[in-house]
Design a protein. Structure first.
Length: 284
């Protein structure tokens, strides 16, 4: 099956980026979020990203307009496409329910894909009638800039669907990496300690967060661990740590840190709320 129409469910930072790169590559994109205000903000963010690309000479006004013309905001029942991807909250039951509903309104030939960063692809697909058409396409934040996409096959995913996922990823200018369906896949499993060890250093008063971030960047990282957690969202980052902690049998090296738990408890989620480890000027 040739993919021409793509559905994106979830208008947060990941959904925005995924919708943008698909539209920029010429795909017709159906864009949806349960919260209509989130969709409006998502479109505004896409426009802002496109304007920045034009200002930097990486794109043109004509390309910007063409990209926007390829994005259509639709109600849920209209998310009927060749490939439908989700970028919603990292909760197993939420994703399972969403894909069950998407399966009802789409063809048996439609490919369904999760952007999950840590949940089992096989578990998400467990209740589907066509788990062979389901896979993971894990993008990284910000999705409109980051090149890597982890392509994850579940236990029942057909090999042909995996190949289509790889080809689609390449067609939108990304670099696909095929990985096993294991907790955190590759990047999040490795990166978890970038965050957790930095939090442990802060907790032990080994250094302040500004120093830790500065040292990490001096070693070649584009963002320090605290800057990156604020960009991702402390709620999202914490939830991934919790999921991996459980998935690995509560092994201490994946244990969530109380500093981050307190940040989430007090609503200091990072850039999206204007305050996390650092303070930001929001777009609101």
């Amino acid at each position: 099956m040739r993919i021409t129409r793509v559905g994106v469910v979830g208008a947060g930072s990941m959904g925005q980026g995924i919708a943008q790169v698909c539209a920029a590559a010429g795909y017709s994109v159906l864009f949806y979020d349960l919260n209509s205000k989130m969709v409006e903000q998502g479109i505004d963010s896409i426009i802002r990203h496109l304007d920045q690309a034009v200002a930097k000479g990486k794109s043109t006004k004509a390309q910007k307009e063409k990209t926007l013309q390829h994005i259509e905001v639709v109600p849920f029942e209209k998310i009927q496409a060749d490939l439908v991807m989700e970028a919603v909250v990292e909760k197993l039951e939420v994703k399972q329910k969403l894909f069950s509903e998407l399966e009802k309104i789409n063809s048996s030939e439609t490919i369904l894909a999760s952007n999950t960063s840590s949940l089992s692809i096989s578990q998400i697909a467990a209740e589907l009638k066509h788990p062979e058409r389901f896979l993971g396409l894990h993008f990284f934040n910000p999705a409109h800039l980051m090149k890597l996409v982890e392509v994850v096959a579940g236990e029942k995913t057909e090999s042909g669907v995996v190949l289509q996922g790889i080809e689609f990823t390449q067609s939108i200018g990304k670099i696909p990496v095929r990985v096993k369906d294991s907790p955190g896949f590759i990047v999040n499993r490795v990166a978890r300690h970038y965050y957790l060890e930095a939090l442990k250093l802060l907790e032990e008063n080994t250094a302040d967060m500004e120093t830790i971030d500065a040292l990490a960047k001096s070693a070649g990282f584009k963002l320090g661990p605290f800057e990156l957690m604020d960009l991702i969202g402390n709620d999202v980052n914490l939830e991934v740590s919790r999921l991996m902690y459980q998935a690995f049998g509560f092994t201490p090296r994946f244990k969530p840190n109380p500093i981050q738990e307190e940040k989430v408890r007090t609503g200091q989620l990072g850039k999206k709320t204007g305050r996390g480890y650092y303070t930001y000027t929001t777009d609101k």
